[in-house]
Write a protein that binds this ligand. Structure first.
Ligand code: AMP
Length: 285
């Protein structure tokens, strides 16, 4: 059987490897994850492999990005399964630190990206993006990779990470990876494991609805009307709708004009306790 990726648990060991690769002239790509891997994560690894000779994945369930009533304690964890998947996708190194390697006693710094976090998931999950921005800043600094790949599944997160990397002069290029979906359109997510059989059957309505909204807007429907109708459809399908909004794909500014360029449809909703998110571009006509 092929050898699995080397696992390191300390920043020192991570840096040692990356410095060695850079000394040999190898380009290094980073793929941060919280584990419980699926084909969406693996597509980012494959994308990383296409652009760099060495691929580092990180597995760290970041407590700082979970709210007090969120699912930190039951978030799925399966390091052995993750390593087996990463092996088949030729990952060179896995950084899977314990919590105090990332947050040593006395840790007291927070990275907060203003503006971009003041809408969509930022409203429902106060502090979430500060937690994400802080840990991602640390991971980028720790690895010193040439490029890091983040999924468009978490589109607002991707924009926030691009912004922090630019604002803080982090030398790692941030790239987005396409959303990988189940055959019925449901965006893959580690949290899909929480869905009951019945909820799993309802879940594809999220993507179907925002795809229909995107098409209507491309056909000339006013974005506000299409969003309102989409929210109604989603609620009828059994979702407790958090938001369904049309925003600019670069700035997240609300979009009001008909036939907008570069707009996306963003939605989040609950099936029971499970919160699902998705987004699609409004197609150009
Ligand atoms: P997570 O483990 O959920 O924190 O996700 C780690 C990375 O994988 C993030 O950059 C996510 O945006 C990305 N990701 C999660 N689900 C998908 C998906 N279905 N398709 C593409 N990327 C994804």
């Amino acid at each position: 059987m092929a050898k699995g990726p080397t696992v390191v648990r300390t920043v020192k060991d991570l840096r040692k490897r990356v410095v060695k690769w850079h000394a040999k002239g190898h380009r290094v790509a980073l793929v941060p994850t919280m584990g419980a891997l699926h084909a969406g994560h693996l597509s980012l690894v494959d994308q990383a492999r296409k652009t760099a000779q060495r691929v580092v994945a990180t597995i760290f369930v970041n407590p700082a990005q979970f709210g007090p009533n969120e699912d930190l304690s039951r978030y799925p964890r399966d390091e052995a399964g993750d390593l087996a998947m990463l092996r088949t996708h030729k990952t060179n190194l896995v950084f899977a630190p314990p919590i105090d390697e990332i947050y040593p006693p006395g840790f007291s710094t927070k990275v907060s990206v203003g503006g971009l976090d003041a809408c969509l998931c930022g409203l429902t999950r106060p502090g979430h993006f500060d937690g994400v921005a802080t840990v991602v800043t640390k991971l980028l600094n720790q690895a010193g990779a040439d490029v890091a790949i983040f999924g468009e599944k978490d589109y607002q997160q991707l924009l926030i990470i691009k912004r922090l990397a630019r604002d803080l002069d982090i030398g790692t290029e941030i790239r987005g990876g396409a959303i990988i979906r189940e055959d019925d359109g449901l965006a893959m997510s580690s949290r899909n494991k929480y869905l009951t059989g019945q909820q799993r059957q309802m879940a594809p309505h999220l993507n179907a609805t925002i795809t229909a909204v995107a098409r209507e807007i491309a056909d000339g429907a006013p974005p506000a009307d299409a969003a309102k109708e989409g929210g109604r459809v989603l609620a009828q399908a059994g979702f407790k709708v958090d938001y369904l909004e049309i925003r600019d794909g670069a700035t997240l500014a609300p979009v009001k004009a008909k036939r907008p360029k570069g707009a996306r449809v963003f939605a989040a909703g609950y099936l029971g306790q499970t919160r699902l998110i998705d987004n699609v571009p409004v197609p150009a006509k």
